[in-house]
Ligand binder design. Structure first.
Ligand SMILES: NC(=O)CC[C@H](N)C(=O)O
Length: 302
């Protein structure tokens, strides 16, 4: 496995230069583009890494999985009264569908859906940003996981689109808390800094019927775990979920920080990171690395 990871990084490294680091959040635009890392974490606790696997980066939309899991933990099936679990076929920050569908987001992994999930969590937690930080510290087994306040503030200053979505949902009665407060929570989740190793460990319960071995917690039931994985498989990469299923064939979740996490149910979690994105907002070299890995090991669930 170790040799394979090194070989895969060498193969995809020439792709660096073909994508674009996200700069619509100014604080993200300054991240050096030539970084590349991968970590594979097995259900037995074995860890393989290569490249910049220990360097923390901005998790961005990968945090949408953690918020969803928190919401399922305390509210269960009731959350689906507020949003769906259908793929959107639209970019992650699209507004058009949201108006057509009367303020009910298609799924929890596009921004509108994640904002509704954050609104649900806001009603439940006294300090949602801290609850989230502590949750991911437990899941990753890393007490040093921090929120990058510069990134969170930069996102808040450039919140127009996300704010538009939230206020539109409020106008349809699908938003219950103060919009600005929920936006603050959402941006603080997105601005969590974690490495490939942290994320591979934090997602391992999704490969293990909902049980996180290193924290000793049953995070979700086996059935709920399958359901979260199914939403990742159909919506985790926005309007590129089909391409990801075709090329990689695993439940996955990406973020504009350049990270992608994939789950091999019953066996492994993988996280790759390369900051340059393709036009859909997914890591360009990261997709290629996961495709090679899945192909070489025969990991597709399909
Ligand atoms: N796709 C992403 O990673 C987007 C997250 C980003 N914080 C946003 O709200 O636009």
């Amino acid at each position: 496995m170790q040799a394979l990871l090194n070989e895969i990084l060498d193969t995809v490294r020439p792709l660096i230069g073909q994508g674009k680091v996200a700069n619509y959040i100014p604080a993200l635009g300054s991240v050096p583009a030539d970084q590349l890392g991968i970590a594979v974490y097995g259900n037995d606790g074995e860890l393989y890494c290569a490249g910049d696997a220990h360097t923390p980066f901005s998790v961005q939309s990968i945090s949408k999985v953690f918020s969803l899991v928190q919401a399922i933990e305390h509210s269960g099936e009731a959350i689906w009264e507020r949003l769906g679990h259908e793929p959107s076929g639209q970019p992650f920050n699209s507004l058009v569908q949201l108006e057509f569908e009367r303020g009910r987001p298609r799924n929890p992994f596009i921004n509108a859906g994640a904002l509704v999930i954050c609104d649900i969590n806001q009603s439940r937690f006294a300090a949602p940003a801290l609850s989230m930080r502590d949750f991911v510290r437990r899941l990753s087994g890393n007490p040093q996981v921090m929120v990058d306040s510069k990134v969170a503030e930069s996102e808040y200053q450039h919140r127009a689109r996300n704010a538009a979505m939230a206020y539109l949902m409020q106008s349809f009665g699908n938003f219950h808390n103060d919009v600005e407060a929920v936006l603050r929570s959402y941006f603080s989740h997105c601005a969590l800094r974690m490495s490939c190793v942290d994320l591979a460990r934090a997602f391992c319960f999704l490969a293990n019927d909902g049980f996180c071995k290193h924290s000793g917690e049953q995070i979700l039931t086996a059935r709920q775990t399958q359901q979260v994985n199914s939403i990742m498989a159909t919506s985790g990469l926005y309007d590129e979920a089909g391409n990801f299923a075709y090329r990689v064939g695993l439940p996955g979740k990406s973020g504009v920080g350049g990270g992608i996490v994939a789950v091999v149910p019953g066996r492994f979690t993988v996280c790759v990171w390369s900051p340059e994105l393709n036009p859909a907002g997914n890591s360009l070299a990261g997709m290629a690395a996961l495709e090679l890995l899945s192909q070489r090991i025969g990991w597709s669930v399909f």
